[in-house]
Write a protein that binds this ligand. Structure first.
Ligand SMILES: [Zn+2]
Length: 238
């Protein structure tokens, strides 16, 4: 495992979060440290996060989407990144278009335009085989957008659900990626505080869907610690 510091990364940086909360769980430390170092870091929220409590009557999808966007804004603020750029693609949570299906091309068009305008040097995405369909399609959209621009970037991949739900062949193959670890001890309190902004994902908002999603203390302990782990490649490979 090689260690890196945030100033080893070339900016501007794009962070791709499939759902509001992935930015904090996966790379909240990196966002805080990059901001502190004066590196531009743009967070792209891909889905609207509206599917976390599907049985709720009091919090239908449109209401959930608004709540989760507000939580995302607050999390960025708590990471110190309130003045950093962000955008919301607002794809339907859990119903993202697969490559080749209606809507996929449009999603790549929008992200490709953002990549073209901002000329990101580093792109931070969920792990390509993270065992959640929205995470895998988010990876695909972001990397297709980079390819469309005929750019080459440093790709950092963070895993969210791999350790809990992954199959053996979801893990990186031999030589597929390099391990990299970022010490975030200086900002880990901010990362904790930012995660607490995602109240709806901590069982603190929706009161009429007991089967709805809630982050477990085990997941939080695994993802919010003194370091953040990434897998690094150049994308596209040459
Ligand atoms: Zn997610």
């Amino acid at each position: 495992m090689s260690n890196f510091v945030v100033t080893d990364l070339d900016g501007p940086i794009l962070v791709v979060a499939p759902h509001p909360d992935d930015e904090t769980l996966g790379c909240g430390g990196l966002i805080a440290l990059a901001t502190e170092a004066g590196i531009e870091i743009h967070t792209l929220f891909v889905t609207d996060g509206s599917a976390s409590h599907p049985a709720s009557q009091n919090y239908p999808p449109d209401v959930m989407a608004d709540i989760r966007a507000a939580e995302a804004e607050q999390a960025l603020q708590r990471l110190g990144a309130e003045n950093q750029p962000r955008s919301f693609l607002k794809l339907r949570d859990g119903r993202m278009p697969f490559p080749g299906k209606d809507g996929y091309r449009h999603a790549v068009d929008v992200v490709a335009e953002l990549v073209s305008a901002s000329r990101f040097k580093t792109v931070v995405v969920p792990w390509r085989r993270d065992p959640h369909t929205d995470h895998r399609i988010s990876w695909r959209i972001a990397t297709d957008a980079v390819r469309r621009n005929e750019m080459q970037v440093t790709l950092l991949e963070y895993q969210i659900w791999l350790e809990e739900n992954g199959q053996a062949d979801d893990w990186p193959g031999e030589g597929e990626v390099d391990d990299a670890s970022l010490d975030i001890s200086e900002v880990v309190d901010r990362k904790h505080h930012a995660l607490e902004a995602h109240r709806s994902q901590l069982g603190l908002v929706v009161d009429d869907d007991p089967s709805g999603f809630s982050l477990s203390s085990q997941t939080i302990a695994r993802l919010v610690g003194q370091t953040e782990s990434y897998w690094v490649t150049r994308w596209p490979a040459q």
